[in-house]
Write a protein that binds this ligand. Structure first.
Ligand SMILES: [Zn+2]
Length: 205
């Protein structure tokens, strides 16, 4: 599935959900004590599967595992705390959990305009059929434990890894979506981005 993540990152880049070196994705299979995460500082539209970082979960901490020669020279995404908290226990995503973080343009614009993303389901009920949107996370510093904690709190992550929502917006920054495959996580962003675009184009936000 690392190849699929690369495809998702390329598609996200084409849709202006990210500039070259932003965005990060992790994936864990339930029967393994490690997960894979995208490296930091690498162009995501040309990312290759052998550039991923392999991260072992050690209690509340983590440690790097050897993977490939190329990846040995890279560092894991700065948003590792965000991913680690969601990958430590997988909750309802029993077999695979994929966490996608991108800077989707219209989602960020809508939050910048003061829109609560989870309010949009009132006017656009179709959104809520397949995607549960969490309350916005306010301004928090990127690549911080504070960002990770705020996202986990608003997704209502519990000690077993269950989450109540599929996607959460971070004001002035981006979104985090979670599902059982890279494309399913992608679709939560796509669905929310589409509605945010409609709202902003209508000038009735
Ligand atoms: Zn970001």
């Amino acid at each position: 599935m690392l190849e699929t993540i690369c495809e998702v990152l390329l598609e996200s880049y084409k849709r202006n959900w990210s500039t070259s070196r932003d965005s990060n994705v992790s994936i864990r299979h339930w029967d393994r004590d490690h997960f894979y995460i995208t490296p930091t500082g690498v162009r995501k539209q040309t990312l290759q599967p052998d550039q991923f970082k392999k991260i072992k979960i050690v209690g509340n901490d983590w440690q790097e595992l050897p993977y490939t020669d190329i990846s040995a020279n890279l560092k894991p995404s700065g948003e590792l705390p965000l991913h680690l908290g969601l990958q430590r226990n997988m909750g309802q995503h029993k077999e695979v959990r994929v966490v996608v973080h991108v800077h989707a343009t219209y989602c960020v614009a809508a939050m910048h305009a003061g829109i609560e993303l989870n309010d949009l389901v009132k006017d656009f009920p179709e959104l809520g059929r397949y995607t549960k949107v969490a309350p916005n996370v306010p301004d928090v510093a990127p690549i911080s434990q504070e960002l990770a904690d705020a996202c986990h709190k608003n997704l209502e992550l519990d000690e077993y890894g269950n989450i109540k929502y599929d996607i959460v917006g971070i004001k002035g920054h981006g979104v985090v979506s979670v599902d059982t495959s890279p494309w399913r996580a992608f679709e939560h962003v796509e669905r929310l981005e589409h509605i945010c675009k409609i709202v902003l184009v209508s000038n009735k936000g």
